[in-house]
Design a protein around this ligand. Sequence first.
Ligand SMILES: [Zn+2]
Ligand SMILES: [Zn+2]
Length: 319
Amino acid sequence: MIPGLWRLRLPLPLPGVPHCNAWAIAAGDGVVLVDTGMHEPGSMAELERSMAQVGLGVDQVRLLACTHAHVDHWGQAATIRDRAGCEFWLHPNHQHGFSTATDPELALARRLEIGRQSGVPEAVLRRYAERSRGMASGIARVIEPDRALVAGVEIETDLGTWRAFETPGHAPSHVCLFQAERRLLISGDHLLGRISLYFDYGWTNDPIGEFLSSLDVVDLLDARLALSGHGKPFIDVRGHIEANRTLVRKRLAAAESAVRDEPKAAVEIAPSVYGEELTETNTGWRLQETLCYLRHLELQGRVSRESEGDLATWGGITA
Ligand SMILES: [Zn+2]
Ligand SMILES: [Zn+2]
């Protein structure tokens, strides 16, 4: 598509998310690599294969910059840095992504606690804990970034300078990279071609508020092409931004109306938000997303939170 810019499509072992994209950008005698794919057996060979298909090699990576600290975007950072001897840049609010590798038991305990507060039955939580304990983290090794990829940091390439914009919401560490002359946006998971929302719950005060602000940040850039973390690049960036806003507004309204008549736990509210029942595979992320909506509504004074023992319930506020 654009000379000097390559989409590296990497397989993922995640249900419903079969691939992610890393992006290679020509830079002098090598490339800047944006994102890494997840670490698992054979995953470096996959990266090598997809780079070789476009005549590149991992040892040509001069800089590795990651859009955020989800495993599919930074999981192979350590292996790539070891191999290429390059620097690794990532936003400093990366604890949300490091914790599953640095302290897996604590990370699991946190997720179980969220489930318990949300009203998930103990038997379901037990099965979830058993499944989780056997699972690999998707992270080759935890390494600290060589440089904090914060707002205003610039990355020089043959396609021009890319500037980092902080876009928290999907994850506290999320940044987008923008090439102003060409109006190219590396959008990570902040904007995807297929509108699909995910928010890390419990790391920042108001992920939904942050996400909506981050949509405004990207809207002002007036990008003409988005190179996203999953799926094909897309034009009509504005349309995608607006579709995200619309979906968030719709789900906020659904969460609010679900608790209008009586207080409910998050596990009872989530089916109204999505218009379908929870399943064991989607409960985790749908609960997190629902809790983010409820938190946003709470901060707006539209719902209130009550605790009884481990359980939290949410109720409407009568004016
Ligand atoms: Zn992500
Ligand atoms: Zn992703």
